[in-house]
Design a protein around this ligand. Structure first.
Ligand code: FES
Length: 170
């Protein structure tokens, strides 16, 4: 019998619910695991999660939209998320935001045409006394300044350069 993609996804979600629990407290761990393994969170998976945890689908989708890093759109290889919560804002996050927009040539919520960078917002990253704080994939940067933005983007581009060379050599 042919197993459809939806059935496979459902099986994976059942395993995650077995592992993390079948109540509301398992919601974030399941969403993070799903994002890590499948890169996006579809409407269908939100419905299955709601069924498994016996909560309303609206609750699942509002958590997904609150935590921008769980967004269900395809993302770039480097996902940059600048904290937009008040403490970072007061420490100059808007200057950093402007620099990111200038350097990347995209607005928040967009991905560069080459698929390398996605720019987005994050809510408080727990680094309020060292703001502005920013995440690049899993890595946290603190006390980010417009000048540091150049260095951080160069660091990311450098990783690309290495991949591109390695790919060519193959
Ligand atoms: S307000 Fe930005 S890390 Fe807390």
């Amino acid at each position: 019998m042919l197993v459809t993609e939806q059935e496979r996804l459902r099986d994976d979600l059942v395993k995650m619910a077995d592992r993390f629990g079948r109540d509301r407290s398992a919601l974030m761990p399941i969403l993070q695991e799903l994002k890590r393994t499948r890169y996006h969170i579809s409407e269908y998976s939100m419905q299955v999660i709601a069924d498994l945890l016996d909560i309303h689908p609206v609750e699942v989708s509002s958590v997904v939209s609150f935590y921008s890093f769980l967004e269900d759109k395809p993302q770039g290889q480097f996902v940059i998320r600048l904290c937009r919560t008040i403490a970072c804002d007061m420490r100059g996050a808007d200057h950093v935001a402007r620099q990111l927009v200038n350097d990347l040539g995209i607005e928040f919520g967009e991905t560069t045409p080459d698929g390398k960078f996605t720019l987005g917002w994050a809510n408080c990253l727990g680094m309020c006394d060292q703001g502005p704080a920013m995440l690049v994939n899993e890595k946290v940067y603190t006390q980010v300044t417009p000048e540091k933005v150049h260095a951080i983007l160069d660091e990311c581009r450098g990783t690309f350069g290495m991949h591109a060379t390695a790919d060519k050599e193959r």
